[in-house]
Design a protein around this ligand. Structure first.
Ligand SMILES: Nc1ncnc2c1ncn2CCCCCNC(=O)c1cc(-c2ccc(F)cc2)cc(O)c1O
Ligand SMILES: [Mg+2]
Length: 214
């Protein structure tokens, strides 16, 4: 039977990356996506911006919406301080199964909680299920039409505190116009656009970093 693209991506990690070495896992995925098959990882150019925001925030609690194969999960988790927690939500069980193995290959399973399910269902359960009061950093990389409703839901559930950072992928391509309008016009957010390119292409894309002002 035919393999899927995520399965082929995992194969490239297992073939070319060193167990327990997150940088080599990131490198193996980027090489696979440049040389063999495009895949919707945040990629290395936007990934460096993600790394700098994670390092600056030095978060104790991180929520990632949309795990896919775990590329950004590995980038974030490899930069977290000890005892920090990254919760990542993936809707697609096939993607989740691959991501678990990519995260394990990087040796980061102890820092990551991968949950299979829809963001709209799980955001209201974060506190009761995981004892998380607020998130220091949220990385939005799931359905582009869920960025705004899920941000409003996180506000309603009290999951954001003064200074919480939202970092959103793909605000240009595929684009998240309603989310951008909201975080750029709301007095409750201070937003900044980081211009970049769609992963592995020359097409414009970027990350929007928004600080929740409380
Ligand atoms: N926990 C949850 N709750 C709700 N939905 C959930 C979820 N977990 C997952 N999903 C479902 C997300 C499915 C993947 C989302 N990402 C994308 O759709 C995406 C697409 C492109 C792209 C750009 C240009 C093209 F020509 C083609 C594709 C690039 C990207 O960087 C993308 O992140
Ligand atoms: Mg993305």
């Amino acid at each position: 039977t035919q393999s899927t693209r995520p399965q082929r991506l995992l194969g490239a990690v297992q073939k070319n990356a060193t167990r327990g070495d997150p940088r080599s896992v990131v490198q193996a995925i980027d090489q696979f996506c440049r040389q063999k098959e495009w895949a919707m990882n945040v990629g290395d150019e936007k990934g460096c911006i993600l790394d700098s925001v994670v390092s600056e925030v030095n978060p104790a609690t991180v929520l990632e919406l949309g795990t896919y194969c775990g590329y950004s999960t590995v980038r974030i988790a490899s930069l977290l301080p000890p005892h920090a927690k990254l919760i990542t939500l993936e809707f697609n069980p096939d993607f989740a199964a691959i991501a678990r193995q990519v995260i394990a290959w990087a040796g980061l399973e102890d820092k990551v909680h991968l949950i299979e399910g829809a963001s709209g269902d799980w955001i209201p359960k974060m506190t009761e299920q995981f004892g998380v009061k607020t998130f220091d950093l949220v990385f939005l990389d799931h359905w582009k039409d869920r960025y705004l409703p899920d941000t409003m839901l996180m506000e309603e559930c009290g999951l954001l505190r003064k200074g919480s950072i939202l970092l959103a992928d793909n605000v240009i391509c595929p684009g998240t116009p309603d989310y951008l309008e909201y975080v750029r016009s709301s007095p409750r957010y201070e937003s900044q656009y980081f211009k970049s390119h769609l992963e592995y292409t020359k097409v414009e894309d970027g990350l929007e970093k928004s600080v929740f002002l409380g």
